[in-house]
Design a protein around this ligand. Sequence first.
Ligand SMILES: Cc1cc2nc3c(=O)[nH]c(=O)nc-3n(C[C@H](O)[C@H](O)[C@H](O)COP(=O)(O)OP(=O)(O)OC[C@H]3O[C@@H](n4cnc5c(N)ncnc54)[C@H](O)[C@@H]3O)c2cc1C
Ligand SMILES: NC(=O)c1ccc[n+]([C@@H]2O[C@H](COP(=O)([O-])OP(=O)(O)OC[C@H]3O[C@@H](n4cnc5c(N)ncnc54)[C@H](OP(=O)(O)O)[C@@H]3O)[C@@H](O)[C@H]2O)c1
Length: 324
Amino acid sequence: MLPAVKKFAYNASLIEREDLSDTLSIFHIQPDGDTSEPGNRAPPVPEFVAGQYAVLGVYNEDEPDKGFVRRAYSIASPPEERRWLEFYIRYVDHPTSNNPLTHLFWKMQVGSRLWLGPKITGRFTLAHTVGEDDPRQKIFVAAGTGLAPFVSILKNVLQQNVATDGKASNFILLHGASHPHDLAYKEDLEKALNLVRQRYFPTISRPRLHPDWRGDTGRVETFFDAEKLEDLERRLGFEPGHIAPERCVAYICGLQGTIANTLIALFRRGFIPNDRRIRAAVGLPKDVVPSLFFEQYDSMPILDLSNAAFIQSLRETFPTGLSS
Ligand SMILES: Cc1cc2nc3c(=O)[nH]c(=O)nc-3n(C[C@H](O)[C@H](O)[C@H](O)COP(=O)(O)OP(=O)(O)OC[C@H]3O[C@@H](n4cnc5c(N)ncnc54)[C@H](O)[C@@H]3O)c2cc1C
Ligand SMILES: NC(=O)c1ccc[n+]([C@@H]2O[C@H](COP(=O)([O-])OP(=O)(O)OC[C@H]3O[C@@H](n4cnc5c(N)ncnc54)[C@H](OP(=O)(O)O)[C@@H]3O)[C@@H](O)[C@H]2O)c1
């Protein structure tokens, strides 16, 4: 009998793996590149826009009946890095499927083979949202591995001008993690963003486990709590009320809770989400320009749009007469 042909032929290798903890790792994946012509030296990484994601997949070799599994992962490396793609991945303790990809990833060693989807895609980029030349301050809100697309965007933008504060001052990054050791990229981000004043704000949500931690505490969205937002503005050197869509654009990446809580808090400041269903539910005109963008890693509904009382309370928090 002929061996079964695998539909998803492996076309990439794990070339480096850095384990930040038992459940959090940075992977470097190298696509095979074009070897169709002898001497072809085309860089193996396809072109993409910072902020986009790739799809990775693996066959379950230990339990072949479970077959192949693929999932989306944000690329953490900038497009200028043509040798590999970097991914920042959390092992999922309580998976929803019976063939969780992260459990297969955690068995992988340098040299392991995998499938990289042919299309790198996604609209969570500067170019696909407000445009690269939009002059407003960008507020990046990341929970956990939701940091990945922002690392790619920041490396991409800032390496064009790291020597001065010209570009760094346009980016503010809030990153929430449970533990200090989960704050990947911390030193690089401090160096890149805190050139003149603090623009990178890490926060720890389980501070009782880390009595030595001297920085901010609470989940990342608590920076936008009504009683804390002006304090954030003061630390950034802004007037109270500065964080508003005339001067800022918000980007959120992570799980449903982080996105929902940030969205609700920034709605009070007049930020308009890019999600058409949310805009329609709260009665915002169809053609209103969005100022808040998000990338969601799980599949929970962001807001309960069927809850009329909740939607009404949300409408009432919107500052101007835009909402009908
Ligand atoms: C755009 C995007 C970018 C992401 N980037 C990152 C990242 O940079 N780092 C990171 O750690 N995670 C990222 N994720 C989450 C990642 O895709 C996986 O959901 C996560 O790693 C858990 O996968 P799992 O298979 O181990 O867990 P599981 O719980 O088994 O599956 C996780 C998700 O897969 C979906 N799913 C479950 N079963 C099925 C099925 N039978 N068929 C199809 N889908 C199913 C569900 O939506 C579920 O939420 C991203 C997700 C998205 C959408
Ligand atoms: N279903 C999926 O597709 C999927 C994808 C990625 C991750 N996950 C799972 O989601 C969890 C978070 O993963 P991560 O590595 O990205 O982040 P993480 O490092 O575990 O957590 C980052 C920050 O997000 C907070 N947080 C966790 N869950 C949240 C929620 N539902 N809403 C709002 N904030 C939340 C954490 O607060 P606390 O310290 O208070 O928890 C922490 O401050 C893990 O359990 C992971 O297994 C699921």
